[in-house]
Write a protein that binds this ligand. Structure first.
Ligand code: MD6
Ligand code: FE
Length: 222
């Protein structure tokens, strides 16, 4: 029988990309709400990671304390101290290896990467950033990884933030992208080394995460 419902007759205006997909560059895009179906499992896994590898404010090589608190999971963890930035298998705070990448983290990051054309993404590092109101992350490039062929998958949770997305030079013009609970940003390819940062987070409260924003960035670091 023919479908006479109004819904069935609405043409698909975006056959190649749903309206929830916003491209920021040829190989960079925001997947709105993509992480929402995973959030329950992600937060349960996060609680275990935090208990084993607590959030800490790392020092920059210049001797400042970062406003963002960080921890890691996976084979390698991103670390900053007076000696510089690097990936390391051990957490110097606990003297233990970083907690393993939970299966749900792998599932979520692989599904998001595949959505943007990076099938077979196999992250070995997940940097976990926690922002309180007033925290920010200055414009930087992610270039401590060995393999720029792999994308970065970035999952936003909790209170909103404004993601700053620039070009290949620090002085290039930046776009401002609001990122909300459940949004995922994937970038790679020609966009892999673009400068980016997070503007000072404004005071807000999220029903589940309170006055925090958590960002998970999945990388192939080694
Ligand atoms: C953040 N994210 O959103 C910081 N880097 O809290 C990053 O620095 C980042 O979101 C590379 C790719 C995606 C990102
Ligand atoms: Fe980054």
């Amino acid at each position: 029988m023919k479908d006479h419902t109004r819904l069935g007759s609405i043409p698909d205006l975006f056959p190649e990309s749903s309206p929830a997909t916003e491209w920021l560059g040829p190989s960079a895009c925001v997947l709105r709400g993509f992480a929402l179906p995973y959030v329950g499992e992600v937060l349960a896994a996060l609680a275990e990671i935090e208990a084993a590898a607590p959030f800490r404010q790392m020092q920059t090589p210049g001797g400042y304390s970062m406003s963002v608190a960080m921890t890691n999971c996976g084979e390698l963890g991103w670390t900053s101290d007076r000696d510089g930035y690097r990936y390391a298998p051990m957490d110097v705070l606990t003297g233990l290896p970083w907690p393993a990448l939970p299966e749900v983290f792998l599932r979520l990051s692989q599904a998001a990467a595949a959505e943007v054309g990076f099938a077979g993404f196999l992250p070995d590092a997940c940097l976990i950033n926690r922002y309180a109101p007033g925290s920010k992350l200055s414009l930087h490039q992610d270039k401590d990884e060995q393999d720029f062929g792999a994308p970065i998958v970035s999952v936003s949770l909790g209170i909103p933030a404004v993601f700053q997305f620039g070009g290949l030079k620090r002085s290039d013009k930046t776009q401002r992208v609001p990122v909300l609970h459940g949004d995922v940003v994937v970038w790679g390819g020609v966009d892999r080394l673009r400068y980016h940062g997070v503007l000072t987070v404004k005071a807000a409260t999220h029903a589940v995460l309170g006055a925090h924003r958590i960002n998970l960035t999945f990388r192939k670091a080694g």
